[in-house]
Design a protein around this ligand. Structure first.
Ligand code: BES
Ligand code: ZN
Ligand code: ZN
Length: 515
């Protein structure tokens, strides 16, 4: 994708006080007791500038902060960026990732093209070095990401490449860091790919163009194959949910199936994981139309599906020894004379009927067909990901995604992976009581629980749980997690690519791959 900055991450055996570079990033904890030996050396070459910054209280090592110092004839580095790591005991792998993202973001801001990272050193032996190599690479892609493919008038256009190196004087450490670089680069690039697709507006990405993009991806990746059902096939298969939601739009719906088989051969020895992602390319609400304020953000209502797409790309490039289905029901939810209406009763792919009370509760209408299809393909476990409910944003804000499901072990696995990936989740209830709300008197289910919408995220999950058969299943409600409304220290505003790291690391863990 040419619209993404071309980023390369490598490693180099060199000490920080001798490292020739445009920008050298060093991590410092808020509660560190003094500087370590190499940093002390650099500090003396800088005539005590690091000490001075700390003494004056201009840099406290707080999480998300940084301070810039200019180098001199004695230092190899032209600039030194101190990156805050927060309190030592609170540090996680995401602290390492965010430090790298912070440095990469600053580098692109300053139009710097070569960056050297000495961030792992502060963590000592706390984390596996290969894993630190991976998460630093992920962070570099995350932080340097920009979205400007439609900007034609920018005077100070951004650079088109960035070269980053992880540095250490010890060759043994370098070779360990290297172990994670490859997977970190794959995951980082997959997330940037997802962010760009998600950021593209509804007049560019619709179900038809999205399907074409997925086909293109499958053609260029070994192990991936793609099947797309068009509206005729959807009708023939009885995928009433996807058809109903897509019926109001000029762009017809598509049901996109990506299949990853390691080495191109299906093997029955490993389980088949099903990933199902909601891809509403624009959600106007349909006949139950949304208020106009911030409706533009609903171009991001496809991000669940896009996260599945990014994950499939990463799984294939990582050559994970596992079978994965990526199922992406795609539709545009629009009001028109051909739209589905409140009151309609829809027969879904599973055979279950649904009374539509609100056409804006369309995510569950497409996901129910996606989940039932995954169950029919004997996927187990099945994980779905969707910008599903405003109620989830009310409950959790924009810090954690809602996590529900029918299997305690799967929930636990995802909670663990969320911690390491930095894409956080919170386990929320669902099940019988909530399901009662979703029963209709004139159909099997209705698509809206309480008219007051209390507990709406849990109701939605209970609805979805009806379509997975006996499979182990988990549901990620990522409403509120799909977007950064403002730029942060770590990245720009727009799509967050949430879910690519979480789902890819989940798959990696299943296969025992660490890196
Ligand atoms: N796409 C929205 C959910 C959403 C809200 C995503 C805010 C991101 C930010 C979804 O399709 C929707 O409109 N849900 C309704 C469900 C209701 C009608 C039961 C909602 O949350 O209001
Ligand atoms: Zn909606
Ligand atoms: Zn929606």
């Amino acid at each position: 994708m040419k619209e993404i900055i071309n980023v390369g991450v490598k490693s180099r055996k060199v000490d920080l006080s001798n490292c020739k570079t445009d920008l050298l990033a060093i991590g410092l904890f808020a509660d560190a007791k003094g500087l370590d030996k190499p940093t002390k050396e650099l500090n003396s070459k800088l005539n005590g500038a690091i000490d001075q910054l700390i003494k004056l209280g201009d840099f406290k090592g707080k999480d998300g902060t940084s301070a810039l110092i200019y180098g001199n004839e004695q230092t190899g580095a032209k600039r030194i960026l101190l990156v805050g790591l927060g309190e030592k005991k609170k540090a996680t792998l995401d602290t390492v990732r965010k430090a790298a993202a912070n440095a990469a973001n600053k580098a692109v801001e300053m139009k710097i093209k070569t960056v050297s990272l000495s961030l792992h050193r502060a963590f000592g032996g706390r984390f596996d070095l290969g894993t630190m190599g991976r998460v630093m690479a992920e962070g570099v892609y995350f932080g340097s990401y920009r979205y400007d493919e439609f900007v034609t008038e920018s005077e100070n256009g951004r650079q088109d490449s960035l070269s980053v190196e992880l540095i250490d004087p010890d060759p043994a450490k370098i070779s360990k860091l290297n172990k994670g670089l490859r997977s970190g680069t794959i995951i980082g690039k997959a997330q940037s790919y997802a962010r760009t697709l998600a950021n593209r507006p509804g007049n560019v990405i619709n179900p038809v163009t999205l399907a074409a993009e997925v086909k293109k991806l499958a053609r260029s990746s070994s192990g991936l194959s793609c099947t797309v059902f068009d509206e005729k096939q959807l009708a023939a298969k009885g995928m009433g949910g996807v058809l109903a939601v897509g019926s109001g739009s000029k762009s017809p719906p598509r049901f996109i199936i990506l299949k990853y088989t390691p080495g191109g051969k299906a093997t029955s020895k490993v389980p088949t994981i099903g990933l199902v992602g909601k891809a509403i390319t624009f959600d106007s609400g349909g006949i139950s139309i949304k208020p106009s304020a911030k409706m533009n953000e609903m171009k991001l209502d496809k991000t669940g599906g896009i996260a599945v797409l990014g994950t499939m790309k990463a799984a294939a490039e990582l050559k994970l020894p596992i079978n994965v289905y990526g199922i992406i029901p795609a539709a545009e939810n629009m009001p028109s004379g051909t739209s589905y209406r409140p009151g309609d009763i829809i027969t879904t792919f599973s055979g279950k009927t649904v009374e539509v009370l609100d056409t804006d509760a369309e995510g569950r209408m497409v996901l129910c067909d996606g989940l039932a299809y995954a169950a029919e393909q004997k996927c187990n476990p099945i994980i779905d990901i969707a910008t599903l409910t405003g109620a989830c944003v009310v409950a959790l804000g924009s810090h954690k995604a809602g996590l529900m499901g029918n299997n305690a072990e799967l929930i636990k696995q995802l909670q663990k992976v969320a911690q390491d990936s930095g894409e956080k989740v919170w386990h929320m209830p669902s099940g019988e009581e909530y399901l009662t709300e979703m029963k209709s008197k004139i159909a099997d289910l209705k698509n809206l629980g309480h008219i007051n919408r209390y507990g709406g995220a849990c109701d939605a999950a209970a609805f979805l749980g009806q379509f997975v058969g006996k499979a182990k299943w988990a549901h990620l409600d990522i409403a509120g997690m799909d977007i950064f409304r403002e730029p942060t220290e770590f990245t720009v505003e727009g799509s967050s690519g949430f879910g690519v790291r979480l789902l890819t690391t989940y798959l990696m863990n299943l296969t025992g791959k660490k890196g």
